[in-house]
Design a binder for this molecule. Sequence first.
Ligand code: TYM
Length: 332
Amino acid sequence: MSRIFSGVQPSGNLHLGNYLGAIRNFVGLQDDYECIYCAVDMHAITVWQEPEQLRKNIREVASAYLAAGVDPKKSIIFAQSSVHAHAELAWIFNCVARIGWLNRMTQFKEKAGKNRENASLGLYAYPSLMAADILTYKATHVPVGEDQKQHLELTRDIAQKFNNDYETDLFPLVEPIIMGEATRVMSLRDGSKKMSKSDPSDYSRIVLTDGKDDIARKLKKARTDADPLPEKVEGLEERPEAANLVGIYAALAGMTKAEVLQEYSGAQFSTFKPALTDLAVEKFGPVGEEMKRLMADPGYVDSVLKDGAVRAAEIANPIVREVKETVGFLLP
Ligand code: TYM
């Protein structure tokens, strides 16, 4: 059986990259798969989070899922910390994963920065918890943006080593689902950096709750070069900012980059940016509005999360029991 699992960190500033690279894709998958979508709050605290803000951010992630169109009856929406199987399996995986594997993780290197000695142990072990998130449901497919590819390879390595060490076929080897024209949305201020929640500049990203004026202001200020748009996709090579805006347009419009260029080849950014703004407001605006409405109703969002946690635990607990038995723990 095929099962989908994915997660988003509740660390605030949910942005266009999170939406186009991941959240939007969650919606269509509901028709063909059993889907489990999580607010990964235990991952969020690998860097300091203010507790009251964290609670809001967990509801924000759940609201984003709902506003994008995830149906809480069909799919499971829940917070990671409310299903204890994640933490239990993560510990077992900490004993399977090798330090050398984790040393190669680029996200750790980026997030820890120069002062690696001062990073939390949790930040280092982050990918092992991510493997636990997925495998505690024996999920087979994981929709994510391109930046998570390396973590999913590590998940496969952990599953494979566990299966080898214990001579079992308990865990499946997960497949990433990286789809659409915006699998890596770049910063609006610097086409060489990915759009991220933690960039100090608000102008680097469009957040889900941005209104029309914010979107217009940020796109107007978005860095570009001086040339008109090319005729062919190859003409976007070496033009990271232009490629980024064309990719965003394509993803929002449900077109390919080539189709966007057919329509806009030769156009200056003074024409293309307002067109992109209108499109973003049309496609993205209603999601932000719905999200704000949901965030003003925490009672409803909490009830969705509570129901989701019960259903998630029903799937996860027997699997963790099977893992514990395989490892040699005594089962009460
Ligand atoms: P997070 O919270 O950083 O991002 C959530 C999702 O958004 C995607 N994404 C992007 N896609 C395109 N362009 C961008 N600039 C961009 N920035 C982020 C991410 O690829 C991700 O799909 N480790 C994960 C959370 C996680 C998880 C999991 C995901 C924890 N456990 C299990 C899948 C399965 C993360 O940090 O996502």
